[in-house]
Design a protein around this ligand. Sequence first.
Ligand SMILES: Cc1cc2nc3c(=O)[nH]c(=O)nc-3n(C[C@H](O)[C@H](O)[C@H](O)COP(=O)(O)OP(=O)(O)OC[C@H]3O[C@@H](n4cnc5c(N)ncnc54)[C@H](O)[C@@H]3O)c2cc1C
Length: 510
Amino acid sequence: MQRDGATTSLWQHNVSDHNAGGATLPGTVDVLIVGGGITGLATALLLQQSGKQCLVAEAHTLCYGTTGGTTAHLNTFFDTTYDMVESDFGEEGARLLHTAARSALDLVKRNIAEFGIDCGHSDRDGYVYAQTEKQEQQLDKTFQSSVNAGAEVEYTDTIPVPLPFRKAIVYRRQAQFHPTRYVLALAKAFESLGGRIVQGCRVQDFESEGDLLHVNTSFTRITARWLIWATHIPPGINLLHFRNAPYRSYAIAAKLSDEAAYPEGLAYDLYDPYHYYRTQEVDGERYLIAGGEDHKTAHETNTEGCFAKLEAHVRNHFPVAEVAFRWSSQYFEPSDGLPYIGHLPGNPDNVLVATGYSGNGMTYSHIAAMTLSDLIVKGESGYAKLLAPGRVKPVAGFMDFVKENADVVAQFVGKRLKASTLKELADLAPGEGRLVKYEGTSIALYKDAGGKLYALNPVCTHAKCVVDWNSAERSWDCPCHGARYDVNGDVLTGPARKNLEPIDLEELDS
Ligand SMILES: Cc1cc2nc3c(=O)[nH]c(=O)nc-3n(C[C@H](O)[C@H](O)[C@H](O)COP(=O)(O)OP(=O)(O)OC[C@H]3O[C@@H](n4cnc5c(N)ncnc54)[C@H](O)[C@@H]3O)c2cc1C
């Protein structure tokens, strides 16, 4: 199974890409869902079950995005803690969020039961533990606000991982599963109900005509009554790009030398970024999954080092026999802590979006599925106001972050490299990528294992920030809004619509 990076996640192992068949595409649909990750498929299935004719269009293959690079904890608590939600959205907002989370986890279970999905799902307790005095105070606040929000949470004297701790709480009825097996099964269920899926089809833009949207794709033009951007972040330039910051996060799946050392529950520490652990059995083999070392996209030069730090941390506490898989992936941090689910600002009323999930998209995808399908089928949703993308809750410092990166823009326009500089530029190790300076402007240069050079204009085609090299995933990543490109400059993940401009070195050599 393919993914948007060079590393292989546990969820790609022994899983084949979805075969959507080669039938012709419908010219008109009720709902065009763009993006074949967990959000796209969970939403499409609910809508198809409600009698809507739906088409899912995926630019690559299903689960190519972050869904293939997740760690798949299903939680009713979030990276934005309930005390933060309470202070910004009120007690009622926190209670509503918890109700939504509980319903999301129930929906996952209903899907699994209804369609007989074999995806290693099991209910688990989720432990959060404090290791310092300051974290203890934070934990107490989180505990009280979680109780207020309606969570089944209590203090506990034990945690399922061998780390020292001062205080801990446990959330009951959390869960875990194998995310790509779940999503691929949702895809089959969706198709069995008459839904259609097209892969390798990038949705570009649309024109609106009355209640209809004429949507341009890399295949054909499709007319839809509704359009949902389930693309993790919507493409093009939109208000939401200034309210979401892209982050990279790292994970490993390790085999342990002692069977008794695999944790029974889900566990999270309280550092920022935090570490987390769980166990998943896949095809009869158990793995310890651990994650952390998050940073803003393209703000860490040594991305390989993030894996090394994570692995060292895990080896310090667990009897690791072998690290079987290691991978990194991207998420989007919303500026006020809650995701943006509903009408996409600046667009016609029938264009919807779901983005800004932080590290909680397994749950938020199902909250999005319920919210968006209710908005389309019933015209309203109990969660719509809380999660409305048009809400205004600016956070100090966030805009500075975007501006700071936008400032470094330098255009590589019509410049030509001299042959003499090529030698200097070629001074890269095989497999290395780097921004190199040429007459005051930057060039994104990568040398493959065979010594071939790939040169690109590093100016991101989305909002003109400058991309940087991600050695762990062999990609060019944009620090501003998270667009990512492969070594040929082709878009791996949005919001960019266009590839990076290639620079023909042979031509320049003359
Ligand atoms: C390392 C890591 C660990 C995580 N762990 C957890 C966890 O334990 N629990 C949890 O709840 N959440 C977790 N998350 C977050 C969660 O994985 C994501 O929020 C979730 O997978 C996002 O799903 P999605 O379907 O919205 O987006 P994606 O899975 O990214 O899917 C979007 C799809 O849209 C396609 N696409 C994009 N643009 C276009 C276009 N123009 N036309 C057609 N297709 C397009 C892409 O190819 C992609 O396949 C984690 C995130 C990371 C990075």
